[in-house]
Design a protein around this ligand. Sequence first.
Ligand code: 3EB
Length: 345
Amino acid sequence: MSRHPKATPPIHAGSHGLRVSYEPVSSLDAVLGGSEVLAAVDFAAQTRTDPEAPYRITLGLPALDDAETVEVWRTVGPVAHGMDGPFGIAESSDVLFARLVLDESGFADLDAATAHVYREICALLKRRGFPHLVRIWNYFPQINRLERGLERYQAFCLGRHRALEPTPEMERDLPAATAIGGRGRGLAVYFLAARAPGVQVENPRQVSAFRYPERYSPRSPTFSRATLKHWGEDRHLYISGTASIVGHESRHLDDPLAQLDEIITNLQALIDSANQVEPIGLDGPAGLSLVKVYLREAELLASVRRRLQQMLGEGPRVIYLLGDICRQELSVEIEALYATATRSG
Ligand code: 3EB
């Protein structure tokens, strides 16, 4: 059965330094021909990578709304594509994008697999001269399942923490992150790294994840709530997966729409914190460029979409994906990107 994506023009965020757009999946062949492409991410029932297209990753995270989209990251100037160890990479003068999908079966558990992946990431960043992780996405199946007495999300946090712990000043240069349970096989990770650090932004309404009490996981989740990064004249704000959490506690357990309201309040608080670092020309969630909504159940789509449209209006491009939130009791999580569209001259 063929699908007919809407013939709307691609939506761009960012101008010259680094651009992100959502384009119809039907334009993928044209995308793949573009030498300035850093990454092409799409969403399907199964996770896939192709060694011939090292900048491509298909996540096992089905899109819930009708438009099949590919998320395309581009820069200006030449990009080198290739494989580096287990990673498919794309590298320009100031950005490194990389992806990998790890088969967990060669490891004792997800803790060991994750520690391996994050050690490989640290080695890659060092080897290629992009020491600062800016934004990272993590997807793996059965995120809430108990394995050897530990929930898989907690095992993931443990492995990630063990790998990052030796990094000096680790808690000051943490990337914005997403960790979601997908439907595909394997641990799928893709990320954006830079030669110069971004600024870590935390949310005053929430305890920083790296300071969560131990009951959430034996080692704390190592990510920032957001990262503010300059790319040439552009500024990007990468907002991590944001859930209905206040302090460190989950709120509105049986009410996905109330969770949504709490998330919007959290996004507003984060945007306010980012503006204290530096005025970025973003007043609130309605000014965001790209928004990704993860829903635990497809049945939530209609009500969540209606409510979110009321709150965000027509400004942000929003996509809805089926994915499991790392806290079993929560149904919705939202990540976002804001890019200034400054023009020089
Ligand atoms: C939270 O705030 C919700 O472990 O990398 C969101 C984004 C969450 C990233 C991660 C976890 C992560 O704790 C969960």
